[in-house]
Design a protein around this ligand. Sequence first.
Ligand code: GLC
Length: 630
Amino acid sequence: MIKQSLAALFVVLLQLLCPAWSQPFPNYHADFVDIEEKDTDLKWWQTGAFYQIYPRSFKDSNGDGVGDLNGIAAQLPYLKEIGITATWLSPIFTSPMADFGYDIANFTEIAPIFGTMEDFEKLMKVAKEQDIKIILDFVPNHSSDECEWFRRSAAGDPEYKDFYVWHPGHVENGNRRPPSNWISVFRGSAWQWHEGRQEYYLHQFVKKQPDLNYRNPKVREAMNNVLRFWLAKGVAGFRIDAVPHVFEIAPDAQNQYRDEPRNDWDNDPEDYGYLQHIYTVDQPETIDLVYSWRAVLDAFQRDNGGDERILMAETYSPINIVMRYYGNETAEGAQLPFNFLLISEISNSSNAHAYEDTIQKWLQHMPKGRTANWVLGNHDKPRVGSRLGTDRVDMLNMLTSTLPGASVTYQGEELGMTNVWISWKDTVDPSACNTNPSIYENFSRDPERTPFQWSDAQDAGFSNASKTWLPIAQNYKQVNVELEQQKPLSHLNVFKQLWKLRRQSRTLQRGDTQVKALSDTVLAVKRSLEHESTLLTLMNIYDGVETINLQQTFKDLPAQLRVLLITERSQVKVGDLINSTSLQLQPKDSLILEATSSYYGYATNGELRSLPALGVYLWLAQVALYLSSR
Ligand code: GLC
């Protein structure tokens, strides 16, 4: 009788085990298979790892000290290896380089310094092979004064006469003065007198960047054709430059432009901050213009098929305006209006509550159904390591790759590159050159634009020129790709692991998000999705050792969590189990932890998910066998 009962128990146990054995065991070390596109309703860009290339400084293939397209093509396998989905190239078009390519002389031509159209086509081919999308920079606000359109406009050619914003200005007591008090972003009056045309033209940036006149439908059509030209070459979309500046207020009935009011906190009449820019940025027409560009992209896709083409909009506007760029009930806008909050609101001294508020600000303002994005740096802002500390590089990469939506990395941030001090003599950025030796450092963007550090070879492996366009960082022997590839927990390898995990985790791709400051110093991001493991990103922002009880904040967590990803600062190892009620973080430490319900037998989706649980079942089965055979 006892024997029979035990045998029955054995059979029941086997029945329990068989379906479990046939289920795949989850792998806790982030080498699940990549989630295939067909397996998900997410579009390619919605969880994308975007990477900004500043072409002058990425890789020089011809030894002239300036990066180029062939250099980029040669390094795409590197981007593939570290998990990049798409790369946005700062402008590569014909330009006198007064603003290093943001002053375009021909919108559909490749600048010889970067290569030829064939080089571009080759780059597109390599990108396709590597499955990396190419996004171009679309600079709508202005052209170069060396653009054919401007030449013709200045000459009064009827076709181009109103392509730019012209005004005769005022004459008082025999002295000529500009049409309004408007100031350029790069200092001084935003109006420049043109001898040939005998009128002023508007330039919100340097005087070699005359503003296009979007009140002229011919300009809109010309720029739509620029989009169509590059779409036909196979690009996946555009980053739209300086969007808020595109429109300025229209002149009044007397053809006058109104002056902007003063900011009383700025006493330098040449400085952009001197005025409140109520007539020159964020005009209502701008949003609709972006919607019309989106319509061009969507029409192209309807006609030509393929993956969705996207717009990423550069706007440092107030959050309620930024959100309107996403679109409204009737029109689609930019899929990704850049989220610059981590740049503009987070500083070296921000605590965990400030991080929580900043992240929530975007998530709470974002219209339903839209996709978030996270940006830590770009070619206009000091590097992450210099702004927030090199010892926070990993935690910040961890943060942006585990928050929901897309993330944009500026070249070199994956290595922890830092700003390079550039002397006044070597300074080339117009934003600094327009100032003077005593204040230029506050304006220069050269420090974050220095050549990429590939190795410890000559010119950091960027070039073999005797002089590069900007100096190479002195730390290139310690901070470079070659070296960091060899160190298991280098910034580069942490970055690579992060994006691998992100590609493989449904929770990270589509899970719910809770962002919480557990104290002043520790920030937690919890991502959870039904039938999937819950993941937790923890970052200890300051220099103390912190002991935290996660269950106080996240009541549903199991007693133990498994370590999925660590940094050089961590004292735990990948795979360790740690107590969720008492968990220690080292100074500036960050971790990704995984919670499964596996340690309690069957997980919610019915799979037997853990080896410890399997061990217990096997042991029971053996006991049953032994007893029944006696
Ligand atoms: C954008 C670019 C910046 C450029 C400016 C003018 O802000 O990012 O580099 O100088 O527009 O085009």
